[in-house]
Design a protein around this ligand. Structure first.
Ligand code: GDP
Ligand code: MG
Length: 456
């Protein structure tokens, strides 16, 4: 088969699913997991901690791909916790952890604020992605042909349904154009580097799933190969998805390993609320296959795990670890590793201006995504920090010369009570404007509206 055996060193690309709430992210992931069972390749699929790996053989068996094509990637790793905030938290080396993404949009509902936000985040991270125009089975009159490719099923629809699907697809093309993306239905895309592919799918019937996976492996093959090569060797690097208390184990961390190898006994460094800590890996845990469910222990133990993988790490002293933190195997200079983790936890990759807005956010990734959108809109940012809005922020904002930059954006974060008290004082209430929100698109719109009023 065209498996990774030709080139065992290439690593599995990591894929995230984003999109508006209720548009079908969870259902799509469930279907991707389930489809491989339908295609008769059950067992080939492996359930990781916080992730699912679909091997290339399984994807090829689904029939969306020209089998004569040669693929070097071993498969795709889907992160199971979708949603923008986790996406912006999930970072690797100052960028996005995911190599690729799927943006889900309900074909019957069209664009929503979080759809737009997903696009903005992905543009900011330069992450290649595909649009899944899901719930195609809900187009009125659609006849379902379970698990068939989109084109095969589409060809069997009546003219009215065909026209309706075209109309809905072009509405999505239009919305994408409004946000600066050139797009087309996937089968009409000549150059995937210039044109975003839209794949109509149904998580309920499985139609189009094979095509979606085909476009994804095509993107992986085209753009990722270089960066994915050789990433299996060397000391492990990962990102903490979650910190979880487990019976008999204490605090454990669920990690997506994106680079290298981690082994039992390795010394690791990770960020906690008290600073970077180091500890020794006691055990590496993965879910047990379903057929072994009767065995009392929920986890199976591994001596060593290579990227890309989802793994639970058990080690002493993990209870204060911060989700989203980098985890690194220490191989050589401990101080260098500590410093690199500190940098990744605090440094953002944006240009600050001498005069501009003050931005506060809950995570470094969210902060960066918001700053990038502000920069695109030519709004300068003076200070960007993780944490709540403080009294100091309010005092500083008041000193800004340009009236319409005297503002603070609190993105997904709190305003401390004493900061709020200050904002309520007449002089500050008049001078400093506060924008609070948890959707980039919304805070940006309300800031622009206010600024344009001020300018008038
Ligand atoms: P999420 O919030 O984005 O994770 O959305 P869910 O996956 O939870 O889906 C929201 C609702 O849409 C649920 O009631 C699903 O059953 C339904 N849904 C999701 N995908 C499809 C689909 O392809 N076809 C139909 N008919 N319903 C779907
Ligand atoms: Mg969901």
């Amino acid at each position: 088969s065209q498996s990774s055996s030709d080139n065992p060193k290439i690593r599995t690309p990591i894929v995230c699913v984003l999109g508006h709430v209720d548009h079908g992210k969870t259902s799509l992931l469930d279907r991707i997991r389930g489809s491989s069972v339908v295609s008769g390749e059950a067992g080939a699929i492996t359930q990781h901690i916080g992730a699912t790996v679909v091997p290339i053989e399984t994807i090829l068996a689904m029939g969306g791909v020209n089998k004569n094509l040669k693929f070097n990637i071993p498969g795709l790793l889907f992160i199971d916790t979708p949603g923008h905030h986790s996406f912006t938290t999930l970072r690797a080396r100052g960028g996005a952890l995911a190599d690729l993404a799927i943006v889900v949009v309900d074909i019957t509902d069209g664009f929503k604020p979080q759809t737009i936000e997903a696009l903005q985040i992905l543009r900011g991270c330069k992450t290649p992605f595909v649009m899944a125009a899901t719930k195609v089975d809900r187009i009125s009159g659609w006849r379902s042909f379970p698990s068939e490719t989109f084109l095969s099923s589409f060809a069997k629809q009546n003219q009215r349904v065909i026209d309706l699907v075209e109309k809905k697809t072009y509405e999505i093309v239009g919305s994408l154009a409004e946000h600066g993306f050139s797009s087309e239905r996937f089968d009409r895309v000549d150059d995937f580097a210039r044109t975003l592919a839209i794949v109509p799918v149904s998580a309920h019937t499985g139609e189009g799933i094979a095509d979606l996976l085909m476009v994804l492996i095509g993107l992986a093959q085209r753009y990722m190969e270089e960066s994915l090569t050789l990433a299996v060797d060397g000391p492990g690097s990962g990102t903490v998805l979650e910190v979880k208390e487990e019976k008999g184990l204490g605090a454990t961390i669920d990690v997506i390993l994106f680079d290298g190898t981690i082994s039992v006994g390795d010394e690791i460094a990770v960020a906690s609320s008290t600073g970077v800590i180091t500890t020794k890996v006691r055990s590496l845990l993965q879910p047990r296959p379903l057929k072994e469910i009767l065995i009392e222990d929920r986890f199976s133990r591994a001596k060593s795990v290579a990227a890309a993988a989802g793994v639970k790490v058990s080690a002493p002293g993990l209870d204060q670890v911060i989700a989203g933190s980098p985890v690194k195997v220490i191989d050589g200079n401990e101080n260098e590793v500590r410093e690199s983790i500190e940098r990744e936890m605090t440094e953002i990759n944006v240009t600050l201006s001498p005069e501009g807005l003050i931005i506060k956010a809950d995570t470094i990734g969210a902060l960066e995504a918001l700053c990038k959108e502000l920069t695109t809109a030519e709004i300068p940012v003076m200070r960007a920090e993780v944490g709540p809005v403080t009294r100091h922020d309010v005092i500083e904002a008041e000193t800004i010369k340009t009236p319409y930059y005297r503002s603070i954006i609190a993105f997904n974060t709190q305003v401390l009570p004493d900061a709020q008290d200050l904002l309520n004082e007449p002089i500050y209430a008049e001078m400093v404007e506060l924008f609070k929100g948890n959707v980039i698109y919304h805070v940006l719109e309300s800031f622009l509206e206010w600024r344009d009023d001020m300018k008038r």
